[in-house]
Design a protein around this ligand. Structure first.
Ligand SMILES: [Mg+2]
Length: 177
């Protein structure tokens, strides 16, 4: 009983796939699985924390995604609208700042606007309790990446050990892909 409740709770922070970095995500596989919109986190997923610099592999990956017909949308909790907008502009995609993940609001609004279902969407990010939780709550697929850099933010410093413990539990319970 308690075990099944725990499993159910953990399923909300359990990604469907884990990759080292975003450019490792197979766009062919995503397209085949019916995904049409890719929501991506900014800090530590697309760029290093607090940075605007986009690496060549990330640039290529986004270009390939767009060429395949995916909608790519940056969904960041960062309040720096200008930085989010600048990265989005450089990549030729939409960027949403202050998204309030793990809240579902922006995802729902976007999917409603584009007349897409949550099953047609994936969220890619480096944090269990914001990116993955938001995706699972919204009924979307979730892909976890390794953070590009150490988190400098104080919340990150507290959150990271908690995440690592959760990942360990997920692995031990054979829930982690
Ligand atoms: Mg992040």
């Amino acid at each position: 009983m308690t075990y099944s409740i725990l499993r159910r709770l953990l399923s909300f922070v359990c990604p469907d796939q884990c990759v080292c970095k975003i450019s490792d995500v197979s766009l062919t596989e995503l397209w085949k699985s019916g995904v049409r919109v890719i929501f991506v986190d900014l800090d530590n997923t697309l760029t290093a924390w607090g940075s605007q610099e986009i690496s060549q592999p990330v640039k290529h990956w986004v270009e390939e995604a767009k060429a395949k017909g995916f909608q790519v949308v940056i969904v960041s909790n960062a309040g720096f609208r200008r930085r989010v907008a600048q990265v989005a502009k450089a990549l030729g995609i939409i960027g949403i700042a202050a998204a309030g993940k793990p809240r579902r609001y922006v995802f729902r609004r976007y999917l409603e606007w584009k007349k897409l279902t949550p099953e047609q969407a994936v969220m890619i990010g480096d944090q269990l309790f914001t990116d993955i939780l938001a995706a699972k709550r919204a009924g979307m697929k979730a892909i976890l990446v390794e953070p590009l850099t150490d988190r400098k933010f104080i919340t990150g410093r507290i959150q990271r050990p908690l995440e690592l413990i959760t990942i360990k539990i997920l692995r031990r319970m054979n829930l982690m892909p």
